[in-house]
Write a protein that binds this ligand. Structure first.
Ligand SMILES: [Fe+2]
Ligand SMILES: [Fe+2]
Length: 269
């Protein structure tokens, strides 16, 4: 969101939120709050929706029957997450079906090794990691291992959101994301102990900057606005540090090398 000075009214709103003010469905929302909330909901909706579609081909391509069932469950979970957010957006007066119909949420980049940095490839709101194709089983697993973990950390903040309908919806979503993550963790160990470890490392090198980029520029101020509005608890920079520490430990354990990441080296918007 654009950087500008806050009005007296807005500063007072931050203060009230700090002191425990929350918002209910059908309540008239302060304009700044409503705009920020809608931003986050649109981002989540399009991410869940395009995530589900990106996973779907792996129902057929998963290596065992048991895994096909697990992948199908994950595909269903993600579309259900999208539907929860869909309802919240509709409640805020947004035309979500119209947006789905005119967007190309199934779109995936054809370039296997691209790094788009902070860029967007379409006119939608998805977190930009969802533009990349999931081309190998290792990618699917890395998505669970990295992205579901990152999402889990972000959703952890939403568990305490000041927008109560979202807070309520997120409880089930959070639990399911934790299951997806556990699936990734289980498979990272299997793959790191197998004969495709080198390939797993190659794909990790590719996906690492992509997932780090989802935290955006850690210098931006907009994230503090979300904190001020009680829509997030921690800034992206803080969540990113917790996430990196966890991944570093797990990679050490699995004998994988976490590549170096520098925000300033990433292709900019
Ligand atoms: Fe999800
Ligand atoms: Fe997930």
């Amino acid at each position: 969101m654009a950087v500008r000075e806050y009005t007296e009214e807005e500063l007072q709103l931050f203060e009230e939120i700090k002191n425990g003010r929350t918002f209910e469905k059908d309540e008239e929302l302060p304009p700044l709050y409503k705009k920020a909330l809608k931003n986050l909901l649109w981002m989540q909706h399009d991410s869940e929706y395009s995530g589900s579609l990106g996973y779907a081909p792996w129902i057929d391509k998963a290596p065992t029957m048991q895994e096909k069932v697990i992948v199908a469950q994950i595909v269903k979970d993600e579309m259900r997450h999208a539907s929860v957010i869909y309802k919240l957006l509709e409640g805020l007066g947004e035309n979500v079906l119209g947006h789905i119909e005119k967007s190309d949420l199934a779109f995936k980049s054809e370039e296997d090794e691209a790094n788009i940095g902070f860029k967007r490839l379409k006119e939608d709101y998805r977190v930009n990691i969802f533009y990349y194709g999931i081309n190998y089983w290792e990618d699917f697993i890395l998505f669970n291992f990295l992205m579901d973990r990152a999402a889990g950390h972000q959703l952890e903040d939403t568990l305490e959101s000041t927008y109560l309908p979202w807070k309520k919806g997120i409880e089930g979503i959070y639990k399911e994301e934790i299951m997806h993550m556990a699936h990734g963790d289980k498979w990272i160990k299997i793959l790191a102990n197998g004969d495709k470890k080198e390939f797993l490392q190659e794909r990790l090198n590719l996906w690492w900057p992509r997932v780090m980029n989802i935290f955006g520029s850690t210098k931006g101020r907009s994230n503090d606005l979300y904190v001020n509005l009680g829509l997030k608890k921690r800034t992206n920079a803080v969540v990113r540090d917790v996430f990196v520490k966890e991944i570093q430990e797990m990679c050490d354990e699995a004998g994988l090398i976490l590549p170096e990441y520098r925000e300033e080296d990433q292709p900019q918007r």
